[in-house]
Design a protein around this ligand. Structure first.
Ligand SMILES: [Zn+2]
Length: 116
């Protein structure tokens, strides 16, 4: 996996790479990025840059339960650290395929995109 990451960082085709994960569906603070999540993104941003001097930006992505703790308000969000302005959190992310939004479905307590 590390080799693949290095290859993609050094591939001029990519200037943005996302580290995406989910948290256990226990409600409460599991909705939010942890301090460890943020440290990971900063470490990637600071320590893994292309050897040719280009800048690659790392985003953290989280798929998790929403405020209401039910499948209809599950969320996808991204965080990004800008050296001059600090952290940004981008919420209300949806997934589109052929101009149709793909909603979430929960199966055996795990969320996945519904088939369309
Ligand atoms: Zn996390």
């Amino acid at each position: 996996m590390l080799r693949e990451l290095h290859q993609n960082i050094n591939n001029p085709k990519y200037n943005c790479i996302a580290h995406i994960h989910t948290h256990p569906y226990i409600g409460g603070t599991c909705r939010f990025f942890s301090n460890q999540d943020l440290r990971t993104i900063r470490s990637l941003q600071d320590g893994f840059q292309p050897s040719d001097g280009r800048k690659v930006y790392f985003l953290g992505g989280l798929l998790t339960v929403g405020k209401g703790n039910n499948p209809d308000d599950d969320e996808i969000s991204f965080v990004f650290h800008d050296d001059n302005h600090g952290w940004y959190k981008v919420t209300n992310i949806t997934v589109m395929q052929n101009n149709t939004e793909i909603p979430f479905a929960r199966t055996n307590n795990r969320t996945k995109m519904r088939e369309i």
